[in-house]
Design a protein around this ligand. Structure first.
Ligand code: APR
Length: 167
């Protein structure tokens, strides 16, 4: 059985086997949550990202977690959709980010994985809709993962994820 929990916090401080980053297509590192993860993992993460990248929106690629504290062993790099009003397939791409990241983590043997609120920062996806899509995609996703932790960096995101998870 997969447990989905919602917490408020910093994804770089989570004790899961894998953490997901909301990257750009190059996988070389960016700002926001991706910047925080690259700072915590060290410069090797950018080199490893470049080696497995680029990555299409909706897809996911894995690298080691380098200097991130154990037990984090894998960073799953996924690329969200840039919000263009909602009529350009953004919801499908976002759902695919969650499904592909979860499946990849499971293939790597991870039992627990932490997700940020993909695409809701720089990429502009409305938080409430993104939270509903995230929870629905994860509930339908790979069953091999025991714990999925949705990590909200701010209160609005926490409230949206908690509401989606409780519905
Ligand atoms: N832990 C958890 N969540 C975080 C952290 C952190 N340390 N830092 C930021 N966040 C949150 C943001 O508050 C937002 O809710 O992650 C969510 C996603 O925001 P972004 O990082 O802006 O990601 P996204 O909207 O997918 O945009 C991706 O931003 O930095 C670039 O390279 C990245 O171009 C890509 C784009």
């Amino acid at each position: 059985m997969t447990v989905i929990e919602v917490v408020r916090g910093d994804i770089t401080l989570q004790d899961t086997d894998a953490i997901v980053t909301a990257a750009n297509e190059s996988l070389l590192g960016g700002g926001g949550v991706d910047g925080a993860i690259h700072r915590a993992a060290g410069p090797e993460l950018s080199r490893a990202g470049g080696a497995v990248g680029p990555c299409d929106p909706g897809d996911a690629k894995a690298t080691p977690a380098f200097d991130l504290d154990p037990p984090v062993r894998h960073v799953i790099h996924t690329v969200g959709p840039v919000w263009e009003g909602g009529g350009h397939g953004e919801a499908e791409v976002l759902a695919s980010c969650y499904r592909r990241s979860l499946a990849l983590a499971a293939e790597l043997g991870a039992r627990s994985v932490a997700f940020p609120a993909i695409a809701t920062g720089v990429y502009g996806f409305p938080v409430r809709e993104a939270a509903r899509i995230a929870v629905a995609a994860l509930r339908d996703g790979d069953r091999r993962i025991e714990l999925i932790r949705l990590v909200a960096f701010d209160e609005e995101t926490y409230d949206a994820l908690a509401a989606a998870q409780g519905s």
